[in-house]
Ligand binder design. Sequence first.
Ligand code: NAP
Length: 210
Amino acid sequence: MNIGIVGAGSVGKGLATGLVKAGHGVAMYARDEESVRQAASETGAAAAVTLEDAVASADVLVLAVPFGAVEEIAAAIRPLVAGKIVVDVTNAARPDWSGPLFSGSVSAASTIAGWLPEARIVKAFNTIFASNLVAGGTVDGQVLDALVAGDDADAKAVVSQLATDLGFRPIDAGQLTAAGLLESLAWLNISLNARGGNWQSGWKLVGLAA
Ligand SMILES: NC(=O)c1ccc[n+]([C@@H]2O[C@H](COP(=O)([O-])OP(=O)(O)OC[C@H]3O[C@@H](n4cnc5c(N)ncnc54)[C@H](OP(=O)(O)O)[C@@H]3O)[C@@H](O)[C@H]2O)c1
């Protein structure tokens, strides 16, 4: 499968490393060409020269950028992602980092879905620290969960398979309306680690019926 990743930071590189290892073709894009070249050489991904290059050949496009960058990116790629799977990994924080930016029925994912109405938006990987992407999904001998939410069942199945390929146990968290719950869950882990944690912790639900 061809995966396009916008963003060549911690999450972009973590995803690229595991997806390349699993045999996927990955093209990465960010604005700073040197950082993309570096990320590509570290991970085995291809460096896309333009945003459009990263999107054009992608079966799945991952937006691994700060939430604040997404509106502009969405405006640029809107015509290119009609019918495409677009994965939102963002955790949008308030400007003073006192909590998540969104609450209630509005989430980063629902906002992005409004910006990309013809894309098949899937919320995933936002509950997983980049360190655990690099670690291949296992912490203290436990395979972590990858919670996946979205309205398109086929798109969710594709992203769940990618989570499996990365070493995680995918869990279908429901429709895209569940994305806010995933963003809150991520925030809880972030706030626990901000109090002096090692940024290695991850979510695992036990006792869930198959
Ligand atoms: N770090 C984690 O453990 C973690 C875990 C789960 C979810 N997340 C979420 O994942 C997203 C990425 O986090 P990160 O930690 O990987 O951030 P990061 O290390 O700061 O990397 C962000 C990347 O986005 C690129 N970028 C920013 N604006 C852009 C634009 N307009 N067009 C294209 N690329 C742009 C940056 O490169 P340029 O500036 O060169 O463009 C950089 O490569 C965030 O939304 C975060 O909330 C992070």
